[in-house]
Design a protein around this ligand. Sequence first.
Ligand SMILES: Nc1ncnc2c1ncn2[C@@H]1O[C@H](COP(=O)(O)OP(=O)(O)OP(=O)(O)O)[C@@H](O)[C@H]1O
Ligand SMILES: [Mg+2]
Length: 260
Amino acid sequence: MHVYALALEKGGVGKTCLSVNLAAAFSRLNLRVLLIDLDAQGHASQWVGCTTEDLRPEDSIIGVLNGRSLADCARETDEGVALVPAHSAMAGLPVQLAGLPNSGIFALHDVIEQIRRPVPHYDIIVLDLAPARGPVLATALAAATRCIAPVQSEDLVLRALKALFDSVAQAKRINPKLRGVSIIRNRYAPRSAGDMVYDQTLRAFYGAYLMQTTIPIRASLRDSAGLQQSVFRYSGSDAVEVRNMFLDLVEELISRDGVV
Ligand SMILES: Nc1ncnc2c1ncn2[C@@H]1O[C@H](COP(=O)(O)OP(=O)(O)OP(=O)(O)O)[C@@H](O)[C@H]1O
Ligand SMILES: [Mg+2]
């Protein structure tokens, strides 16, 4: 079972976009996928068609931290991906975690271990994180097997990457299964002068961590969100091209991490 944490402190870089579409891509390969929305904004939940109005806090990760099993909280979506949805009460998660043993650092790790045995319920777990550092990120990294960071051509992103690498280095001390960070260049336009300069910097500092597959700006990634569909269900004109990019990303991840 691979656990992918989509994280970066910088907002709006594509964490949720990649969480949803990577989860959908894995599920198209007949893998059993669980998407856990760890962001109180609930964008990933909405993107896969789960409107949060009728949800109770205990339907979210809050319920899991209070003793419900992940499998119990997971609901099916039209994407073929199971979802533990977000609830706005998750804004209080850092406080809730602080009240748990070891400041809740192993809370997610432990509930994922529960569904790993005797036979794993899922092949892939995708964690969509809020644009923040702090206890929720630490808890996610303590449970993850890989951290995936989407980046765009911006200075602030480089600073956020440095902070993320620090968080991952700390998490590795308590989580030997955490392989490290993979960086995905999102909204990538290598012919633009700005992106080329930025790309050189990124290669110089983080070359070993860059995924080969890059994601350009595409209308289907913007528009599918409003229709609450991944690109695998959305039928916009560039959807087929974008689906193939996500399948390439999945192939690259499988070649790094092994089949599940
Ligand atoms: N490659 C892309 N092409 C076009 N639109 C994109 C692309 N990547 C992301 N978007 C759009 O950009 C917006 C921000 O992306 P997204 O919500 O995934 O970022 P995020 O990192 O999850 O943000 P936050 O930090 O607030 O959680 C969304 O509306 C999304 O649809
Ligand atoms: Mg997001």
